[in-house]
Design a protein around this ligand. Structure first.
Ligand code: SAM
Length: 332
């Protein structure tokens, strides 16, 4: 039985987000500091499959039970199937999932399921072809939609669609996203835009999620549903009679730091104790020693910030964003 991995504020840390690349096959305008970054080859050295496996084994030995692969776009790594196979074989890891823009799932969903992936979260910010293309800098909506269908067929469930709400960009599509949950067994989660590109851009696009509830109430009566398995950050409800749920993730207007259960690994081998903090623990020189990796995890655990100090007002919270990385560099 692994030990409990509890931070100084009593939070049980059992979830690891492991980013396997900074690069992406889309270039969403709000995610990267420079759209041209996306196609760039090379860059910082990435963790190899064996290194990722060592980190994951140590983490599971400490009490991590859930791992999510992310990026950049994790599916563009040529060895992603090997990574999934290596991690899914770790005893004690109960939940292996992956966050993707879905473009490559049309081809890869069945292979990923066969390699041991449990489920996927798919990021989708527009259901309108032209808007999708604008947001993603040239992406094809049809590819992601086909990826969703194939993931459902491959059994990568429960499948969650994540939509970042962006004022003036996709807020007119809230109703279309809500109605997706009616006939399909998938959850749609609305996420508040975070200040990863600085306060100015943030104030241009930020919308609190209360507007989603108002629109949902016009479609059907709302039923409350209990929180996620494993205690995720979303608050859920269901449109009466719908097959899927609607989730609201409000890191700014209703923060969930008091129940934060996660650590993050960047693609260049640093542990991030908190998305908002600039603290990073560098594992890159420790990867040949599981003992040193373990020490790194304990150091990260100690550096998880005090949730009492989280600002409650979104504008104040924005000023607390100290990380130097954009979301694509952290792994959202
Ligand atoms: N490429 C994968 C994908 O599209 O899901 C994984 C990486 S992407 C960085 C993960 C998620 O972060 C996406 O859902 C994206 O919309 C979200 N994201 C990026 N920047 C964000 C921001 N400033 N605020 C909120 N979510 C953001």
């Amino acid at each position: 039985m692994p030990e409990k991995f509890v931070d100084p504020y009593g939070r049980d840390v059992n979830y690891l987000r492991l980013s396997v690349t900074e690069q992406c096959n889309l270039s969403c305008f709000y995610c990267r500091s420079n759209p041209l970054e996306c196609g760039k080859k090379g860059g910082k050295a990435l963790l190899g499959v064996e290194e990722i496996k060592s980190i994951a084994e140590v983490a599971v030995g400490l009490g991590i039970t859930r791992i999510r692969l992310t990026g950049g776009e994790p599916l563009i790594r040529f060895d992603i199937i090997d990574i999934v196979k290596a991690l899914s074989a770790i005893p004690g890891l109960n939940d292996l999932s992956l966050t993707t823009n879905g473009i490559l799932l049309e081809k890869m969903a069945f292979k990923l399921a066969a390699a041991g992936l449990g489920r996927v979260n798919i990021s989708l910010d527009s259901l309108d072809e032209a808007n999708f293309k604008n947001i993603t800098n040239g992406g094809k909506l049809q590819s992601t939609l086909q990826g969703i269908e194939n993931s459902l067929k491959a059994g990568l469930i429960p499948l969650k669609i994540n939509m970042v709400l962006l004022k003036g960009i996709n807020d007119h599509e809230i109703e279309n996203f809500l109605t997706l949950t009616i006939n399909k067994e998938l959850d749609v989660r609305f996420i508040e835009y975070m200040p990863t590109q600085g306060p100015k851009k943030w104030s241009n696009y930020f919308l609190p999620l209360q507007s989603v509830v108002k629109i949902a109430e016009k479609i059907a009566p709302l039923e409350n549903v209990p929180g996620e398995h494993g205690g995720g950050p979303a608050q859920y409800f269901r449109l009466k009679g719908a097959r899927g749920k609607v989730g609201l993730i409000s890191p700014l207007s209703r923060h969930f730091c008091h129940s934060c259960n996660r650590l993050r690994i960047t693609p260049d081998g640093k542990i991030k104790p908190c998305l908002f903090s600039s603290d990073e623990i560098d594992l890159s020189d420790s990867l040949s020693s599981k003992e040193k990796i373990k020490e790194g995890f304990y150091e990260a655990l100690k550096k998880k910030p005090d949730p009492q100090k989280t600002a409650v007002n979104p504008a104040d919270r924005v000023r607390q964003y100290q990380s130097k990385r954009t979301m694509s560099q952290i792994g959202g």
